[in-house]
Design a protein around this ligand. Structure first.
Ligand SMILES: *[C@@H]1O[C@H](CO)[C@@H](O)[C@H](O)[C@H]1NC(C)=O
Ligand SMILES: *[C@@H]1O[C@H](CO)[C@@H](O)[C@H](O)[C@H]1NC(C)=O
Ligand SMILES: *[C@@H]1O[C@H](CO)[C@@H](O)[C@H](O)[C@H]1NC(C)=O
Ligand SMILES: *[C@@H]1O[C@H](CO)[C@@H](O)[C@H](O)[C@H]1NC(C)=O
Ligand SMILES: *[C@@H]1O[C@H](CO)[C@@H](O)[C@H](O)[C@H]1NC(C)=O
Ligand SMILES: *[C@@H]1O[C@H](CO)[C@@H](O)[C@H](O)[C@H]1NC(C)=O
Ligand SMILES: [Zn+2]
Length: 516
């Protein structure tokens, strides 16, 4: 709070302005649900330097509004601006995240005017915050209750459903009735193409990354019992039972494990204590302060897995205090511990690739496509404007685009490294897709060879460069997998072009047969 070296009257005026500002700033206390609403409304009313948008994204089981707020200094309709989100208090009795998010918002708006890094971040990112996803559970929870499951779930007694078991699962069918809070967050995610996210929890100090869910059959049996139990006490007991029978859980890793480990490490290393491996009560010591979810304890229906597998949004589960609902007097130091970690974490939204899919003739965005980074078996999709993002570590990559009505395209790109004192910057691509339904002379449509592989038809590259054959096989394989998967919740709305896929496979087989 340096107000400047002003003397006399001016100094007093500035001092008063400063003091008044700090006073209307947040006090370190737990805001109850109506106070939280007030704080968010006051925040939007009193913020002039950056844009804010407060929105009720749905209501809880007890019909308490779920307030989400957006902070950005980017222009309304600018393309290529990544969206990030932070969600607090998904478990009602894990309350620290609520207040950490409010403090982070306050920090961003104050620092915007005096720190060019924060200014750059807000100028180039849309940040969304949902301080509480479970106002019901919070309302029945008690300050000072460090452990236990009371108030964890939603509903009148905070005992209806565990919201972090309530999302569609990547490997299993989730039969637990979908709760209004979950529906609200899923709808929110349908509307906004989030690419980086975190859910804030308590009860441990660790950055946890996907998957939480495991493919394994034996686990399925247990899941069914948990589903039947539908009660966190019982789940807790079953989970402990599972852990006892199987003391070392194998990790359940995503194809983007390198990125997730990096993100978790960024958080842990910038947190004042997490990276040291904080042991809570008789809990586990996490090396480097990070863990794969399933390696800690597996469960299905978690929010982070859903974010990643359904929306291509990299989400971590951040456990930020041993005590689930510590005394408010603990909040200042909890905020200090997490401040830099949150800032460095959200900056990671600018590491990787972004781009837009365009029709090579009309130049209009192509919004229906399956995208994959070559070698990473996880499909993602463009936005309605044909935009896409993928967080990636420095290196050489290829992106595969399969859009109905267009030739498959594979485009290479580089993600650069950034030193600690540099601002990160996304690699930007424009991918022109060649319409496969309009009959054309392929040669005429091929871009000049000086252009780096933009919109190139795979079938042509196969003829020229033997090396791409494997890529095409991968492509076809991808098609078949997707069509085989199409019953799952994740592929809903995808209409795999089986016929054309089959046809091109036969052509390739004939080609290979003749050549080899
Ligand atoms: C929140 O606390 C205020 C007092 O600070 C009280 O008047 C109000 O009823 C409380 N609201 C809820 C929803 O608990
Ligand atoms: C919000 O602003 C109103 C009116 O300015 C004020 O009465 C109220 O105390 C403020 N609430 C909080 C939580 O800051
Ligand atoms: C914020 O501003 C709106 C519109 O000016 C007003 O209706 C609302 O009462 C204000 N809220 C607070 C908490 O100051
Ligand atoms: C801006 O904030 C970041 C993060 O707190 C810090 O590392 C940097 O030194 C600050 N820059 C200036 C110019 O104050
Ligand atoms: C952020 O945007 C504002 C308004 O366009 C501009 O004046 C400012 O220079 C930008 N700051 C940075 C660090 O890019
Ligand atoms: C890709 O992932 C899906 C779903 O996990 C799996 O069924 C399939 O076997 C994987 N394909 C390859 C080529 O690894
Ligand atoms: Zn939790």
């Amino acid at each position: 709070m340096v107000c400047g070296n002003f003397g006399g009257l001016w100094f007093d005026v500035f001092l008063i302005v400063c003091v008044v500002r700090t006073c209307t700033c947040l006090t370190f206390k737990y805001h109850n649900n109506s106070e939280l609403e007030q704080v968010l409304k006051n925040f939007t009313n009193t913020t002039t330097n950056i844009k804010t948008r407060l929105e009720n994204i749905g209501n809880s089981f007890n019909r308490i509004p779920l307030w989400a707020i957006e902070l950005t200094a980017a222009e309304e309709n600018t393309l290529g601006v990544p969206n990030i989100k932070l969600i607090g208090n998904i478990h009602g009795n894990e309350a620290v995240g609520r207040e950490i998010i409010l403090n982070f918002m306050e920090y961003l708006r104050t620092e915007y005017d005096r720190n060019t890094t924060i200014q750059w971040l807000l100028n180039n990112t849309r940040m969304h915050f949902l301080p509480t996803m479970n106002p019901d559970g919070f309302a029945v929870s008690h300050e000072g209750m460090c452990s236990g499951e009371y108030g964890r779930n939603n509903g009148k007694q905070g005992d209806v459903e565990d919201l972090n078991r309530n999302f569609p699962d990547f490997f299993h069918d989730n039969k637990i009735p979908r709760q209004p809070e979950t529906v609200a967050v899923m709808r929110w995610m349908d509307r906004i193409p989030f690419i980086l996210s975190a859910g804030l929890h308590g009860g441990a100090v660790v950055a946890n990354y996907p998957f939480d869910t495991v493919k394994e059959e034996s686990w399925k049996t247990l899941l069914r019992r948990i589903e039947k139990a539908r009660n966190s006490q019982e789940e807790y007991r079953l989970r402990l039972h599972y852990l006892a029978s199987k003391p070392i859980n194998p990790p359940s890793l995503t194809p983007d494990d390198d990125v997730f480990r990096h993100l978790a490490t960024v958080y842990a290393n910038n947190h004042l204590t997490m990276h040291k491996g904080v042991i809570c009560d008789n809990g586990k010591k996490f090396k480097g302060g990070i863990t794969n979810g399933a390696a800690w304890y597996p469960f299905s229906g978690g929010m982070q897995d859903f974010n990643y597998a359904k929306h291509g949004c990299m989400e971590l589960t951040l456990e930020i205090s041993c005590c689930k609902f510590p005394r408010a007097s603990e909040l200042p130091h909890l905020w200090e511990e997490n401040k830099m970690a949150l800032l460095r974490y959200v900056m990671e939204a600018h590491r990787g690739v972004t781009g837009q899919l365009l029709d090579s003739v009309t130049n209009l965005p192509v919004s229906k496509a399956n995208l994959q980074i070559y070698g990473r078996n996880m499909t993602f999709h463009p936005t309605k404007n044909g935009e896409f993002w993928r967080l990636l570590l420095p290196g050489e990559y290829q992106i595969q685009v399969d859009a109905p009505g267009y030739y498959s395209t594979l485009q290479g790109f580089t993600v650069r490294n950034f030193s600690a004192d540099q601002l990160p910057s996304l690699t930007k691509l424009k991918i022109l897709l060649l319409n496969s339904t309009i009959p054309t002379t392929p040669k005429a449509e091929t871009p000049p060879s000086s252009t780096p592989t933009i919109g190139r038809d795979l079938r042509e590259t196969t003829a020229e460069e033997g090396q791409t054959t494997t890529l095409l096989e991968f492509n076809l394989l991808g098609h078949f997998q997707r069509s085989a998967d199409s019953k799952s919740e994740y592929s809903k709305g995808l209409k795999p072009d089986i016929f054309s896929c089959f046809l091109s496979m036969i052509i390739i087989e004939i080609f290979l047969f003749v050549v080899l």
